[in-house]
Ligand binder design. Structure first.
Ligand SMILES: [Zn+2]
Length: 320
């Protein structure tokens, strides 16, 4: 029987275990940095908007087959927000319209479905307190209303509170100034109770065009839909996603003439769409549509005649 020095064996094993632990740690760090970003769509329900306003100059006889309107000419649109999770941040992109609007407003836009962004996040095991950043593409009510909630208090005076108490809220200086003194054409979309309190509470932060919100998440300012709206180019793993916000609200809007009548500078929308779609084709981007009632995400191709069309549609959960 070989003579075993027990203390030697113990220290040898200890070194082995130590080396294994170091290697394991390095391996998991590599794994974490590879998978460092996770994208999840967070639904904030549906609203109804006039089909003519959403499809602009496109004749009704064409769009009514795509998104059939009701007897008031209203079509259903989703409010599809995005959660970007990194090792140390949980960034929510847009918040839907929220639940604090009155009955008159509700009668107009007929919000329905899972309107509570907090409940939608809970379905993914995320609490409102966990959100570190709320990135508001722009301050139209259907994108930022959920940022602030109202809590019924004594007598009938509701109090406003940040829905995500630990988050930094992101906008930009140009768009903020625009929303604070809106033009008559757009003012029905900017409700001060949806964003002014963020500044009062000291939660508001501004970002610039081309800046990264976090590594791999780059701001693209757009001027066609409204002043300095922010779309996001997101590099996650080996894929590039583009959260189009209202520059390309649905997969139908990838056709260049489909520009919303809401847009303040439709010819700029046309140029901005063209630039996004060219890159989407050449770089294989996955476009994410905030308002499409059906299609979450798509890759684009260009036909022989130079038209942009949907190549393949995807559910985001199958991609990231
Ligand atoms: Zn908008």
């Amino acid at each position: 029987m070989p003579n075993i020095d027990e203390s030697g064996l113990a220290s040898h094993n200890f070194e082995k275990i130590n080396t294994a632990l170091v290697l394991f740690r390095q391996f998991s760090l590599k794994l974490a940095s590879k998978k460092e970003m996770r994208l999840t769509l967070i639904h904030a329900g549906y609203l109804k908007l006039d089909g003519g306003a959403m499809f602009g100059i496109i004749p009704k006889r064409m769009w009514e087959k795509l998104n059939p309107p009701d007897d008031k000419n209203l079509c259903t649109w989703s409010m599809r927000c995005l959660l970007i999770e990194t090792a140390d941040r949980k960034i929510l992109v847009d918040t839907g319209m929220g639940e604090k609007q009155d009955a008159r407003f509700r009668a107009h836009f007929e919000p329905h479905g899972q309107l509570s962004i907090v409940e939608s996040l809970a379905q993914h095991n995320i609490e409102a307190e966990d959100i570190t950043d709320v990135f508001l593409t722009h301050l139209h009510f259907d994108h930022c209303g959920g940022a602030i909630r109202s809590t019924p208090s004594v007598a009938s005076s509701p109090t406003l509170q940040p829905t995500f108490p630990n988050a930094k809220y992101w906008s930009n200086a140009q768009h903020w100034a625009w929303a604070m003194s809106p033009n008559p054409r757009e003012q029905a979309s900017f409700f001060k109770e949806n964003f002014v309190p963020l500044q009062d509470w000291g939660l508001l932060h501004f970002i610039n065009d081309g800046e990264e919100l976090t590594a791999g998440v780059k701001v693209h300012m757009q001027y066609g839909h409204t002043e300095a709206m922010m779309a996001l180019e997101i590099k996650a793993g080996d894929k590039t996603f583009f959260y189009c916000a209202d520059t390309i609200p649905s997969a139908w809007h990838i056709h260049l003439p489909f520009v919303m009548a809401y847009d303040v500078r439709p010819l700029d929308t046309l140029k901005e769409k063209n630039a996004i779609l060219e890159r989407a084709v050449t770089e294989g981007w996955y476009l994410i549509f905030e308002h499409d009632p059906i299609v979450e995400c798509a890759r684009i191709k260009k036909t022989d005649t130079g038209r942009f069309v949907v190549d393949t549609t995807y559910e985001l959960k199958n991609l990231s």
